[in-house]
Write a protein that binds this ligand. Structure first.
Ligand code: FDA
Length: 439
């Protein structure tokens, strides 16, 4: 067990809530991004509070360390409710507005972690080290006398007069006047976030919107994609349920040995999972790929006609190769039933139309995603309307606060999920400090 800050006092099995010992004023269950932020902000706002984090993992901050390719995409230059899915935008906006991205930037600068901007507004630490982010948070927790206990898996939580009794590792009970559930979702379960937090929330009267992986690569049936493994290009993906477009996203796509990955795929994955979850069995769920994003069937057909007139003897593969990786051009000719050597002048009208169609809307046989093991986040979770978003306090159980990924809020790729952790942590930290120092 690692302890930061003062040593906790001796514990008995069933302590009295509100006495100075044992336990704490605030117990934060889960010391990931949201839990650490909540603990720090509560301790900053009310230094007299005894704030204690319990985490089941042996090592704190696994997800921060692996995030952003070990560089940690801390937040984004512009973060709005439109970058998130799950709960209603109005509720998400209320939390984000209380602690927007520029406050997160200032907070990390104060901790000695200045951030810089990269493409799509993503903000990374100047050191390009996720470890710098984690260490800054742990240093600040230490400065604020927050106690962090590792290897302390919470196995039981119940309300008691004056607060809560928290059971860890199936035994020793601690008490607290307020408890924060910051246990994350189900993604990357080896990091310690295995979904048990939903059971703790259910025990306190909370519901759970069914969960699915999100920001996760997709697995394709068959093996045609294998030949393209490692190839990346701009793309647009259209998800249709029952023939109707549900969402269309653009971005970079990466072919892999199992199927597809890359930003556009990760962003689409939650929508594919939600469609599968929500659609009646008879409704078809299709994903169409355009390798020429921004183009339509008509504009591609026009382009092919123009190229035929200008370069009748050029191979179609060469013409396509000017706009697509050569491996993709070849694969698309095969998929359209055309010889890879065919020249522009030999394309019949039907060939041209079939090819144009394949280029802007190739059906992808999505079989599944890579699941929680490879998902960056979890969609679904505790409904946000069961929480007072002015305080992050449960509407079901006074003195219980919920923050971060355990809630039914998932952001797109680009630093939005960490921003949700910082914002919800700030709101909860302030509210806890107010509530526990008022009496
Ligand atoms: P998180 O899951 O981080 O923490 C929960 C903690 O609770 C864990 O430490 C766990 O051990 C603990 N816990 C769970 N149950 C417990 C119990 N019963 N008792 C005690 N402890 C318990 N986001 C982003 O904005 N930018 C990025 O660059 C990335 N990159 C990225 C890469 C990868 C590979 C992944 C998997 C994820 C990302 N993310 C990301 C997403 C981001 O990491 C995620 O949204 C936040 O870490 C969620 O923070 P939480 O604190 O809510 O949960």
């Amino acid at each position: 067990m690692i302890r930061l800050g003062p040593e906790p006092e001796a514990e008995s099995r069933e302590p009295k809530i509100g006495s100075r010992e044992p336990g704490a004023d605030v117990i934060v269950i889960g010391a990931g991004a949201a839990g650490l932020a909540t603990a720090i902000f509560a301790a900053r706002a009310a230094p007299s509070l005894r704030v204690r984090c319990l985490d089941g993992a042996r090592h704190i901050g696994a997800k921060i360390l692996v995030s952003g390719g070990s560089r940690c995409n801390v937040t984004n230059r512009v973060v709005t409710e439109r970058d998130f899915w799950g709960a209603t935008p109005r509720l998400i906006a209320r939390v984000l507005r209380a602690f927007p991205a520029d406050r997160a930037v200032a907070f990390f600068a104060e901790l000695g972690v200045p951030l810089h901007e990269e493409e799509h507004g993503k903000l990374f630490p100047d050191s390009n080290q996720a470890r710098a982010v984690l260490e800054a948070l742990l240093d600040e927790a230490r400065r604020r006398r927050v106690t962090i206990e590792t290897g302390a898996r919470v196995t039981g939580l119940r309300a008691a007069p004056g607060g809560y009794v928290v059971e860890r590792n199936g035994g020793a009970a601690l008490t607290a006047r307020a408890v924060v559930l910051a246990t994350g979702g189900r993604s990357l379960p080896k990091s310690g976030s295995d979904g048990f937090g939903y059971s703790l929330a259910a025990g306190c009267g909370h519901g759970c919107v069914p969960t699915t992986p999100a920001l996760v690569p997709l697995v394709l049936r068959g093996d045609a994609h294998r030949a393209l493994a490692g190839v990346a290009h701009p793309a647009a993906l259209t998800l249709r349920t029952g023939g109707k477009t549900a969402i269309r996203l653009e971005g970079a796509l990466l072919w892999t040995h199992f199927g597809i990955s890359g930003p556009v795929v990760l962003n689409l994955s939650r929508h594919w999972h939600r469609a599968v979850l929500d659609a009646p069995p008879a409704i078809a769920i299709d994903v169409g790929l355009s390798v020429l994003p921004g183009e339509t069937f008509e504009s591609v057909e026009r382009w092919l006609l123009d190229e035929t007139a200008a370069r009748p003897r050029a191979q179609v593969a060469t013409v396509l190769g000017a706009r697509l990786p050569h491996a993709v051009a070849g694969a698309w000719l095969t998929a359209a039933g055309l010889d890879r050597e065919i020249t522009m002048s030999h394309l019949t009208r039907e060939d041209r139309r079939r090819l144009a169609h394949a280029l802007v809307d190739m059906p992808l046989a999505v079989e599944d995603s890579r699941g929680y093991t490879y998902a960056e986040v979890t969609a679904g979770g505790v409904p946000l309307d069961e929480i007072d978003t002015a305080t992050m306090e449960s509407r079901r159980q006074p003195g219980l606060y919920l923050v971060g990924e355990i809630l039914d809020v998932d952001g797109r790729l680009g630093g939005f999920n960490f921003q949700w952790a910082w914002s919800s942590g700030w709101v909860a930290g302030q509210a806890i400090a107010r509530a526990l120092t008022a009496d």
